[in-house]
Design a protein around this ligand. Structure first.
Ligand code: NDP
Ligand code: 2IT
Length: 444
């Protein structure tokens, strides 16, 4: 396989999809060597079969705002691969959503889900609808209109959506309600549901907690204690909040949070009480992170990301391409020893190169943030057996899965000098599992 040639071909066939090209390139570059050891893969044209999604649904979503205006948005579901299980992946509601972003996310999801060891294929969906500034009733009407089309393509053994940017418990409940009404079934077709109707304990916490469980494994390889380490976190949504919660519990000091307008720097550290305020601010009042700085009298920097602040550990938890090569250089120059990605593809290719050359601990999202979808998988299991596990049971399973993903990365990513290349490890482990399955299932 010639990674560059494959990519050039994909760019020709699918132009104007830079995020998709970026995600594919990262995987192809790191699996090229291993892939070449399997001539049967090349013969079966596995690369194209794995890079191009099984199918893409795109549809118009029509809804009515509070003033009676009729609005349209685009809705999408990318079903990337169901080689190892039903399609599985989140729904993103954000004004930036387009096919390129969803194709990159669905592609990544396939390999991430393979790493969890649970039987889940990869998918992603979403809309360019922005919940920001919308009333509760508008969000409900949008979610219902979205599912009016989406429901035809999903089901508990077909495709199981969940949350992502702009989609939390509130949106999943609206979507699930509409799905239930249309399908006349009460099934576990969505994950991230409320506890009262089939949701799993620990699912809201899972991505953030899982990222820290993964980080702990990385730190262990260098005998580093997390206690008192200074951490910068970006974002202030679901992933960021529970990342901070676990860090506080472990005695680390979190000094930043952000949103799309700017970041706050709190040199005293965000404690449990301040975190409760952030949860309320974001989940209930749906306010801006600037308000944190006003309340706690600390620095707020408009229009910037937190990577210029000195830290030991950086946990990007907002969105793709939020760490540039220059940001990465600043982080390394400031003594950062670890970067663990809560978000999907937050580091640009240039940033990844900087981290790898510096040989700091660097975990790509598809390994480090897999705890969210893994716990979605655990929610599916609980729905299937019609039982609910305790918080402790789910948390123990999550921890175990993250430790296992770390072990897979070490197995496939350890280089001659002993350094663990987590990008290579995660990509090789995830890709090979899916590739071998596709080969076994014949030409489809
Ligand atoms: P939320 O919507 O709860 O929070 C997203 C946060 O990121 C908000 O603070 C938001 O700020 C900020 N953000 C979003 N887009 C941008 C942007 N373009 N520029 C700057 N800041 C931005 O989403 P999640 O916490 O669920 O998701 C965060 C990341 O984690 C995403 O990359 C997602 O794909 C990934 N992820 C999520 C999982 C989950 O289970 N939820 C699982 C695995 C990965 P603002 O409010 O201003 O928009
Ligand atoms: O990116 C992700 O892994 C998610 N948004 C979670 C997907 C899921 O199905 O729980």
């Amino acid at each position: 396989m010639n990674a560059q040639k494959v990519l050039d071909d994909l760019k020709r066939r699918f132009p104007n999809e830079p995020e998709y090209h970026q995600a594919v390139m990262e995987v192809l570059e790191s699996i090229e060597e291993t892939y070449s050891q399997y001539p049967e893969f090349e013969k079966a044209n596995l690369i194209e079969r794995l890079c191009i999604p099984d199918r893409i649904f795109s549809f118009r979503v029509t809804w009515v705002d509070d003033r009676g205006n009729i609005k349209t948005n685009m809705g999408y579901r990318i079903q990337h691969s169901n080689a190892i299980g039903p399609y599985k992946g989140g729904i993103r509601l954000h004004s930036s959503v387009n096919p390129s972003i969803l194709k990159f996310l669905a592609f990544e999801q396939t390999f991430k889900n393979a790493l969890t060891t649970l039987p889940m294929g990869g998918a992603k969906g979403g809309s360019d609808f922005s919940p920001k500034g919308k009333s509760n009733a508008e969000v409900m009407r949008f979610c219902q209109a979205f599912v009016l089309e989406l429901w035809k393509h999903i089901g508990p053994d077909i495709d199981v959506p969940a949350g992502d940017i702009g989609v939390g418990g509130r949106e999943i409940a609206y979507m699930f309600g509409m799905y239930k009404k249309l399908s006349k079934e009460f099934t576990g077709t969505f994950t991230g549901k409320g506890l009262e109707f089939g949701g799993s304990l620990i699912r809201p916490e899972a991505t953030g907690y899982g990222n820290i469980y993964f980080l702990l494994e990385m730190l262990k390889t260098r005998n580093i204690d997390i206690k008192d380490k200074v951490c910068t976190v970006s974002g202030s949504g679901n992933v960021a909040q529970y990342t901070v919660e676990k860090l506080i519990e472990l005695g680390a000091k979190v000094v930043t949070l952000s949103d799309s307008n700017g970041y706050v720097y709190d040199p005293d550290g965000i404690d449990s009480e301040k975190l409760e305020y952030v949860k309320e601010l974001k989940e209930i009042y749906r306010g801006r992170i600037r308000e944190y700085a006003e309340k706690y009298n600390c620095k707020y920097v408009e229009g910037a990301r937190p990577w210029g602040e000195k830290c030991d550990i950086a946990l990007p938890s907002a969105t793709q391409n939020e760490i540039s090569a220059d940001d990465a250089k600043t982080l390394v120059a400031n003594g950062c020893i670890a970067v663990s990605e809560g978000a999907n593809m937050p580091s640009t290719p240039g940033a990844i190169e900087v981290f790898q050359n510096a040989k700091i601990l660097y975990a790509p999202g598809k390994a480090a943030n897999a705890g969210g979808v893994a716990t979605s998988g655990l929610e599916m299991t609980q729905n299937s057996i019609r039982l609910s596990w305790t918080r402790e049971e789910v948390d123990a399973k999550l921890k175990n899965i993250m430790q296992n993903i770390h072990a897979q990365c070490v197995k496939y990513g350890t280089e001659a000098d002993g350094h663990v290349n987590y990008v290579k490890g995660a990509n090789v482990a995830g890709f090979m599992k899916v590739a071998k399955t596709i080969l076994a299932q014949g030409v489809l």
